[in-house]
Design a protein around this ligand. Structure first.
Ligand code: PLP
Length: 378
């Protein structure tokens, strides 16, 4: 039996998304910018998709800018904004490395650390207050963390930044399609999203830019994306993303219930197998549905991951983008996890297609792997 339980890394493409994509990879191949009739369907599809996405996050269609994914959206905001940057130290590398690149070019970057400890991993306005310096132009704090699943109180953080004259960006790549997202309630100026995290196609995402807020253009060329991000649109992926997001938003309540039931069973089973298991990231505003970041002290995570993989179970140690990097994850460092905890933490992220049988299979494989004291070195 094979079980995929690494949905924070990526999710399978939803059949409904594939279905709406296919005509734009076949007969509806026209360029949306052309003048002739071949452009009509693709142009209309892009317009509809923009409106669908805007509706899902309570934005206006002209506030949605298509990008090649979360990394591009994050880089665009960080590099296209001005003034000092204040970013959290447990952001995804798409934000952290973009900020580091800005620092190299002479821009001031200030870091804010999340609350430490196993139940920590979130940021409150007091944290921003302690880190605050004059001249901060942009604050960037993620909606939900990709390693420990903690959700941040974004509305409080954006209010804090706005009162001091700064703009606010949130990387919502892990959150969009999974928890309610309302850019008005959140009060953000910029929000990044990525389709492959919510059952859409890879290499597709969007950036919300609030009307009236200035951001440097990302790519110069044609007039696509209001002249801010030039290049012929990836029509098939745009419609696939919009359909996946719409369906996930419409079914969010039942999806959440399904994932919470499975997660409760998983944790129950883990507690029976390994009573000393330590869960990370309960957070003050909760954790993403389906998300379990758990440490089995004394059992190296890499060994566990390989043993589970041999049984056909896919989980992760830190962020997938870091799978070649065996150093302690910057997220676990940021919350002050001890080396023992950090090196024995695995991330199990359940998704919509997972079943109770999958959870049983994960638990059975974990039981065997944990009997192997110390795990397998690699
Ligand atoms: N931001 C977060 C929080 C992520 O989890 C990821 C992907 O893992 C990204 C950004 C990058 O998104 P993409 O894979 O679409 O470039």
């Amino acid at each position: 039996m094979k079980v995929y339980a690494d949905h924070a890394a990526t999710t399978p493409l939803m059949p409904e998304a594939l279905e709406v994509m296919l005509p734009f990879l076949k007969e509806n191949f026209g360029n949306p910018s052309s003048i002739h009739s071949w452009a009509r369907n693709p142009r209309e599809a892009v317009r509809e998709a923009r409106a669908m996405i805007a509706k899902c996050i309570n934005a206006e269609p002209e506030e949605i800018f298509f990008t090649s994914g979360g990394t591009e959206a994050d880089n665009w905001v960080i590099k296209g904004s001005s003034g000092r940057l204040l970013v959290s130290s447990y952001e995804h590398h798409a934000v952290l490395n973009a900020a580091a690149s800005e620092a190299k070019r002479g821009r001031d970057v200030v870091y804010v650390r999340p609350k430490v400890g196993n139940g920590g991993g979130y940021i409150m306005p007091e944290k921003l207050s302690k880190a605050w310096e004059d001249g901060i132009g942009l604050v960037s704090v993620m909606t939900a963390n990709n390693e420990i699943g903690t959700i941040n109180p974004i509305h409080l953080l954006s209010e804090f930044a706005h009162k001091r004259g700064a703009l606010f960006h949130t990387d919502a790549v892990q959150a969009v399609g999974h928890i309610p997202i309302d850019v008005q309630e959140m009060g953000v100026d910029f929000l990044s999203a990525s389709a492959h995290k919510f059952n859409g196609p890879k290499g597709m995402g969007f950036l919300f830019i609030r009307k009236g807020v200035k951001l440097e253009s990302l790519l110069n060329g044609g007039q696509q994306e209001n002249g801010l991000r030039a290049g012929t649109e990836n029509v098939a992926s745009i419609v696939g993303m919009a359909t996946a997001l719409k369906m996930n938003c419409e079914r969010m309540e039942e999806n959440t219930e399904h994932l919470e039931n499975l997660t409760a069973r998983l944790r129950d089973g883990i507690d029976r197998i390994f009573p000393d298991a330590i869960y990370l990231g309960d957070g003050v505003a909760g954790q993403l549905p389906g998300f379990t970041s758990v440490s089995f002290p004394g059992h190296p995570a890499e060994g566990l991951l390989h043993m589970l993989d041999l049984k056909g179970i896919a989980v992760s140690t830190g962020a997938a983008c870091d799978s070649k990097n065996t150093k302690i994850s910057h997220v676990l460092k940021a919350i002050n996890a001890t080396n023992d905890i950090a090196l024995s933490t695995i991330r199990i992220t359940l998704g919509l297609e997972n079943t109770e049988a999958d959870v049983k299979a994960i638990l059975a494989a974990l039981r065997v792997a944990l009997m192997n004291k110390g795990g397998m070195s690699s």
